[in-house]
Design a protein around this ligand. Structure first.
Ligand SMILES: Nc1nc2c(ncn2[C@@H]2O[C@H](COP(=O)(O)OP(=O)(O)OP(=O)(O)O)[C@@H](O)[C@H]2O)c(=O)[nH]1
Ligand SMILES: [Mg+2]
Length: 284
């Protein structure tokens, strides 16, 4: 990739600072990842943030990956002694289990409070993760009404906000956070393809070309949608150029690039994980 993907706008820096302060009050971290990219959507700071707290891992957008991929990852997390809750925060599938897990983790905190002669209080859980992974949608689903803004673009939540779910639990909605430096550019490309970082971070045409390259590698039949067969030897950018020249796109590379990314993000090419195979080297 010729151009580096970097993006750390002021509002994210500010949100991260505020999050850091609020963490003192928090008993449980609900970490939300994108099921299509379970490694790339793991924020490296989470391991620090969960110290001394409960940790509930949510693999959201489960509807956007094939069931076989879900099973493989689930087993892999199990082998790492980590329970992964696969969820669809848009429809509400798997969400109750997340709530139960957060409550369970928080009860241990309250038990310790009781031992120290303190009164029990509602469990406080912070919902954190990269932008646009479905953190606010998850909170709305838990309340069964639209209490926080949730929309299909990164950077919707700008403020930290506590929401009382019940007498037992309060959730903190947080703006999506990203590391100040995206050291792993392979991961950054995947975040861009999945719309999990702001589009100011990247060049749409280059990211669309990367998407074409990855989808081709995953044997997604692109010609079925674009009526034009990719030629392996020519490369992904050349394919985009060829597509741009076809009638609907009127020679506009930008237009076909946006279309390809839109199609992938909307599931028009199918349920496709960009990280279908769990890795064994690390993040959990
Ligand atoms: N298909 C699908 N879409 C989802 C799922 N969860 C959330 N969405 C959609 O994804 C979009 C982003 O959801 P948000 O809840 O705004 O995401 P967020 O993590 O709060 O995003 P920021 O506040 O920008 O960091 C919305 O259009 C949701 O309806 C899911 O499991 N599957
Ligand atoms: Mg949000």
């Amino acid at each position: 990739m010729a151009k580096l993907i970097q993006w750390y706008p002021g509002h994210i820096a500010k949100a991260e600072k505020q999050l850091q302060e609020q963490l003192k009050l928090v008993d449980v971290i609900i970490e939300v990842r994108d099921a299509r990219i379970l490694n790339a959507s793991h924020h490296p700071k989470v391991n620090q943030w969960i110290v001394g707290k409960g940790h509930v891992l949510v693999c959201n957008r489960v509807d956007m990956i094939p069931p076989a991929v879900r099973s493989r990852w689930q087993q892999w997390f199990q082998s790492q002694q980590q329970i992964a809750y696969f969820a669809n925060a848009q429809l509400g599938t798997g969400i109750r289990e997340v709530l139960k897990a957060a409550q369970g983790a928080g009860q241990q905190v309250n038990a310790r409070r009781l031992q120290r002669g303190m009164l029990p209080r509602p469990v406080r859980a912070a919902v954190i993760g990269f932008p646009n992974v479905g953190k606010s949608a998850l909170i709305n689903r838990l309340l069964n009404r639209r209490v926080v803004a949730s929309a299909n673009r990164p950077g919707v939540t700008r403020q930290l906000r506590w929401v009382r779910i019940s007498e037992e639990i309060e959730l903190l909605d947080t703006p999506g956070v990203i590391p100040p430096l995206l050291e792993d550019q392979e991961a950054a490309i995947k975040l861009a393809i999945c719309d999990d970082i702001g589009d100011a971070a990247y060049d749409t045409v280059l990211v669309a070309a990367e998407a074409i390259a990855q989808l081709t590698k995953l044997q997604v039949p692109l010609q079925a949608r674009y009526h034009y067969k990719p030629e392996d030897s020519k490369g992904a950018l050349a394919y985009l150029h060829d597509l741009a020249a076809t009638e609907p796109y009127q020679g506009s590379l930008e237009r076909i690039a946006r279309q390809v990314l839109h199609d992938y993000r909307q599931g028009k090419l199918g349920a496709i994980a960009l990280e279908p195979e769990p890795v064994t080297n690390g993040v959990g």
